[in-house]
Design a protein around this ligand. Structure first.
Ligand code: HAM
Length: 414
């Protein structure tokens, strides 16, 4: 009976349900990221979604903290925030074990993070974010390595250098500019926020903002690359990376960045936006009363990465984990089918058994719809003779095999 006021089946606004086909894409994304990052010697860590709200206040990004965090008071009157990013968490973890850890330290994670944003293309309220961070080195080689890892992840997704561009900015450059214009630290923060919002506002609004701060617009029209960026681009070229360049407008919205910062842009016009970014942040550990530990890293979101692959038709087709589906000619044969399935599993074959509630034709349709590649019919005749037909559902080709041959048949498949 239909109920009045029944519950909606929609997911909460701006978050996604991952049905198996969607989850398979996530698994592909994460496996590709892990593979690329571990090649550079990074080890995976993890942490809780929940953090004390004070971890973010006044230390990260004003916009995120005051407008985008999910914060609540728990039953013990503690203010708790669902992490909007991973950087404060990793800084906390490194600070907590600073004396036991050895540096340089290379860590990565793929956490889900939450931001109360207006859902739109490339922006949701929950996303997964590959975080790659290198602690304990102020050397420009660390900045170069972080960008090299980002480049390698893109390559692992099949991207060529013409598919994306690495735009590098510099906080030192920005600070020098602010000093030249005589900006107070408050005005410097305003300039940073204005630059960070540049892509979201009109050119007119941007110039008005600059004028209000007394910064000449020429400061952002093709200035020469500052020394730190110039040597970074050269170091990247040495590593065979040719698609990085200086962009004075790249600042990144977080207050903790201290040196070079970068954003990776998709070059496709229909997807021309920042895919991900990062930079150097040398002082974050001071929040925990620790000596500063120089650090650099980046965060790459799954949503923008999926869009990048999807406009290029590069999302791999779905293949379920199940290899074989065992259909039965009558419900009484289910225990026999389960025995056969157990034999297959012992050979490492993922096998599912129909439960005999539907007609054979419908059982086969079910396997086909789930895109399970192979079907085995278990009937009286097959059990008596010990010979089973393995049907390839996509081509309808059949091979007849004895019970003992079945396991090795699957093992020898491509
Ligand atoms: P972020 O630029 O705020 O940096 O986020 C990094 C990436 O996460 C973005 O470039 C984008 O790919 C993705 N992202 C951010 N917000 C959303 C959203 N609402 N929906 C979908 N994707 C999103 C950071 O979070 C820094 N903590 C990164 C970092 C790590 N810096 C150093 N280490």
């Amino acid at each position: 009976m239909a109920q009045k006021g029944k519950l909606s089946t929609e997911a909460y606004k701006g978050v996604r349900d991952f049905y198996p086909e969607d989850e398979a894409v996530q698994k592909y994304l994460f496996a590709t990221m892990r593979g690329a990052v571990e090649k550079f010697g990074y080890a995976e860590y993890h942490a809780s979604i929940l953090e004390p709200a004070e971890l973010y206040r006044g230390k990260t990004s004003e916009e995120i903290v005051s407008e985008q965090t999910y914060t609540f008071v728990d039953r013990g009157e503690r203010e708790v925030t669902l992490r909007p990013e991973m950087t404060p968490t990793i800084a906390r973890m490194v600070a907590a074990k600073r004396r036991e850890l050895s540096f340089p330290l290379r860590w990565y994670s793929i956490p889900n993070v939450f931001r109360y944003e207006r859902p739109q293309r490339g922006r949701l309220r929950e996303h997964w974010q590959l975080n790659v961070d290198l602690f304990g080195s102020a050397s420009p080689s660390a900045d170069a390595e972080i960008i090299a890892v980002a480049h390698a992840v893109m390559k692992a997704f099949g991207a060529s250098e013409s598919d994306f561009e690495i735009r590098i900015g510099s906080r030192a450059f920005l600070n020098a500019l602010a000093e030249k214009a005589g900006l107070s630290s408050e005005k410097r923060e305003q300039l940073l926020r204005l630059l960070d919002r540049r892509a979201k506002i009109s050119a007119e609004e941007f110039e008005k903002g600059l004028a209000a701060l007394g910064v000449p617009p020429e400061a952002f029209s093709a200035p020469a690359a500052p020394d730190d960026v110039r040597s970074l681009v050269a170091a990247l070229q040495d590593l065979g990376i040719g698609n990085a360049r200086f962009d004075a407008g790249i600042v990144r919205g977080f207050e903790y960045y201290t040196g070079t910062v970068f954003e990776v842009y998709d070059t496709r016009p229909e997807n021309n936006r920042s895919l991900f970014g990062g930079g150097r942040y040398d002082n974050l550990l001071q929040l925990f009363g620790e000596e500063p530990v120089p650090a650099a890293g980046f965060g790459m979101g799954d949503v923008t990465m999926r869009d990048f692959l999807s406009v290029r038709g590069r999302i791999p087709p779905y293949a379920p984990p199940t290899k074989a589906y065992l259909a039965v000619t009558s419900a009484e044969l289910v225990p026999e089918a389960m025995r056969l399935a157990a034999e297959l599993r012992a050979h490492g074959v993922n096998a599912a058994v129909d439960l005999g509630d539907r007609k054979l034709g419908d059982q086969i349709k079910n396997a086909d719809r789930q895109r399970i590649p192979y079907l085995i019919v278990v009937g009286e005749d097959e059990l008596r003779s010990g010979e089973f037909a393995v049907r390839t559902l996509a081509t309808r080709a059949e091979a007849t095999l004895s019970r003992t041959e079945l396991g090795s048949f699957f093992l020898n498949l491509p």
